[in-house]
Design a protein around this ligand. Structure first.
Ligand code: NAI
Length: 462
């Protein structure tokens, strides 16, 4: 048994970042993790491995579609799926070992095993019980699935199975046109699978800017994904390794079936808090199964904090990281803070999709007067040279004050470009502040400046 200032339960982006910041602030810290490697869903079966597959298959797409036009002729690469999966595993290994190194460097003890909280101030791991003045629960989330659909991770899979399929399916049905469905759907479409996405709502990527949704769907359709919208999946039946998906069209309640080799269920995730003993401790939960916290991430039980996917808010690694840092600072007596109004969201397809702040739809609903500055990547020289001119940057600013309220980008490197606007928003910048900032030529970033110029007297290259 050991005694700590802080024990963090879970080593995903929320947990490991919280642990590192606690240690940096002079707190004796341990982190409980039951997986064989650190890093949680993000590093092991989420963000990082999916990005490896997205990168590899994007390279293939470039070779197949754009190389010849650039004068790069010759043999187009063929897919060695086994090698692609080992490349992905190699990337996972480098990243998870990186966290292990950071733990050692910061003198954080890794308590190996699954943790529970027998009482406030105590964390049990295997046969040991440790003392902790503060406990941070960062246990993340798991796929929520659909009632009546059995996941076997072979024919009917979640994102976890999609990262280690035995072979590339001929026909993949994706249930849910959210982030996971579209990222992994893109991967398999590029690998030659016929990909059909079934979505309950009338649009893809619920909650995103409407114009982005439409452009995004068009571009993905061009890449070979097909969409059935307004369709509620009822069930999936598997016979001899083949799946039959049944769905109801919401407009007329008609029933339809689809055959597939593989079905990816990507209908959201739910908080994972099993086995922690929270109910016995009297920790309050929301009706969606999230741990309820106050503005400083403390639960109703003193000394127990919770962050990341296990609490309310978007299920995003970087949101969890921010909460991890802020909670560590609160525990250390500093002013930890997260600005939930400026949390970017990114979809790592090609082109990428990124957004921050308000959408036009939200502002209309709030009756907030706004203006829009938009710039197409067609007017960006660098994007044209790189076969990446699809998409646009859209900046939404207050009609009267010019203050940036939101930004939505679909286009090359959108996930990186968005941060200029995040910083601008953190500083309460006006669109004109971005427009007056010199941007290097030729860069994709010029499209951001042009959109800011379009909020004022007009973009130059339009
Ligand atoms: P999601 O919430 O993004 O999308 C789920 C979709 O499934 C929704 O569009 C929903 O309307 C649809 N759906 C639900 N029930 C259905 C039914 N019966 N029939 C047809 N469609 C149905 O969830 P997703 O993609 O599973 O992702 C889970 C979480 O992980 C999200 O919070 C996401 O933000 C996060 N994530 C983030 C990534 C990123 O930041 N790039 C990457 C992967 C996941």
């Amino acid at each position: 048994m050991a005694s700590y200032d802080v024990i963090v339960i879970g080593s995903g982006p929320g947990g490991y970042v919280a642990a590192i910041r606690c240690a940096q602030l002079g707190l004796r810290t341990a982190c409980v993790e039951g997986r064989d490697t650190l890093g949680g869903t993000c590093l092991n079966i989420g963000c990082i491995p999916s990005k490896a597959l997205l990168h590899a298959t994007h390279m293939l797409h470039e070779a197949e579609h754009n190389f010849a036009a650039m004068g790069l002729k010759g043999k187009t690469p063929t897919v060695d799926w086994k090698q692609m999966l080992s490349y992905k595993d190699e990337v996972i290994g480098q990243n998870t070992k990186g966290i292990e190194f950071l733990f050692k460097k910061n003198k954080i003890d890794w308590l190996k095993g699954w943790g529970s909280i027998p009482s406030a101030g105590k964390v049990a791991v295997g046969d040991d019980t440790h003392e902790a003045k503060h406990i941070i629960v960062a246990t993340g989330s798991v796929p929520s699935g659909l009632p009546g659909i059995e996941i076997d991770e072979k024919t009917v899979i979640t994102s976890t199975g999609a990262l280690e399929l035995g072979k590339i399916p001929k026909k993949l049905v994706v249930i849910g046109a959210g982030v996971i469905g579209l990222e992994l759907g893109s991967v398999y479409a590029r690998l030659g699978a016929e990909v059909q996405v079934i979505e309950y709502l009338e649009t893809i990527t619920p909650g995103m800017d409407g114009e982005v949704q439409k452009t995004f769907q068009k571009l993905l359709t061009k890449q070979g994904l097909s969409f059935t919208l307004g369709a509620a999946v009822q069930g999936v039946e598997v016979t001899r390794g083949k799946a039959t998906v049944t769905y109801r069209a919401r407009k007329d309640d008609s029933e339809h079936t689809l055959e597939a080799d593989t079905v990816l269920v990507a209908t959201g995730r739910k908080p994972y808090t099993d086995g922690l003993g929270l109910a016995d401790l009297g920790v309050e939960m929301t009706d969606r199964g999230q741990i309820r916290t106050d503005a400083h991430w403390q639960t109703n039980v003193k000394g127990i904090y919770a962050i990341g996917d296990a609490v309310t808010g978007p299920m995003l690694a970087h949101k969890a990281e921010d909460e991890g840092m802020a909670t560590a600072e609160v525990i250390a007596g500093k002013a930890g803070h997260v600005n939930y109004g400026v949390i970017p969201a990114v979809i790592y397809t090609h082109p990428e999709v990124a957004s921050v702040g308000k959408t036009e739809e939200e502002l209309k609903k709030d009756g907030h007067a706004y203006k829009v500055g938009k710039f197409s990547f067609m007017g960006n020289g660098r994007a044209k040279a790189n076969f990446a001119a699809d998409g646009f940057v859209k900046i939404i600013a207050d009609k009267n004050t010019d203050r940036i309220l939101g930004a939505h980008i679909i286009g090359p490197m959108a996930g990186d470009l968005i941060h200029e606007l995040c910083v601008a928003m953190e500083f309460g910048a006006a669109a004109q502040d971005v427009a007056l900032t010199c941007h290097a030529h030729p860069t994709y970033s010029e499209a951001v400046r042009e959109a800011a110029l379009a909020c004022g007297d007009g973009a130059i290259h339009m």
